[in-house]
Design a protein around this ligand. Sequence first.
Ligand SMILES: Cc1cc2nc3c(=O)[nH]c(=O)nc-3n(C[C@H](O)[C@H](O)[C@H](O)COP(=O)(O)O)c2cc1C
Length: 216
Amino acid sequence: MSLFRLDASIRTDGSVSRAIADIVEGTWREGNPDAAVIERHLGIEPLDASAWAHAVAADRSHEETWTPPQRQAVELAATLVDELLDAEAYLFAVPLYNFGVSQHFKAWVDLVLTDPRMASRAGQTLAHRPAALVVVRGGAYGPGTPREGWDHASGWIRRILQDVWGLDLRVVESEFTLVGVNPALDEFKDLAAQMRAEAERVAAQHGRHLAGALTH
Ligand SMILES: Cc1cc2nc3c(=O)[nH]c(=O)nc-3n(C[C@H](O)[C@H](O)[C@H](O)COP(=O)(O)O)c2cc1C
């Protein structure tokens, strides 16, 4: 049972989303010691931002007329979708950037959706497969906080993974990751530590979900 793992953080050192995703993967690995992991490090190895427009243009024209960039974009989209179809479980680690979705993750989704196997007319090719989404935010956006409702990424990501693609999705969220980095947030140290510990606990649970050990 292979795992597809996507990381959208633009850093490696100190990345909280990677650390929490590592826990998910580690727990999944216990049940799948010899299985392969297919990795996409989108934040540090981004896709070509022009590929999506080329793939869309190719989709609206005859193959004989495709330009070389259009052909490359179609092939890249097919490679991305092959990676998804080859896996049986999925792990996505996506930080909040500028109150919105990581541009690298959005570019990846857009390109994936150009492939005929993932277009809406193809149905939900990945339906019911287990998936975990790790969302990390530097601030906190819960009910009653000054910026409640400012996270414009998580809802969209859920829509795509859960509702458009039909994945059996579990979400783990870790907030206040900038506590200890931004001195203005020092008063939230204890709360941030509690949130992190809870996220790590939930991450391990989601790893078992990916391994098929949890049925609900
Ligand atoms: C350019 C940039 C913009 C960010 N924008 C936000 C934001 O709008 N809201 C927020 O809560 N955190 C924001 N953050 C903080 C990140 O979400 C936080 O540092 C997170 O832990 C990054 O993921 P990583 O630790 O896996 O690298 C931003 C970070 C960067 C680098």
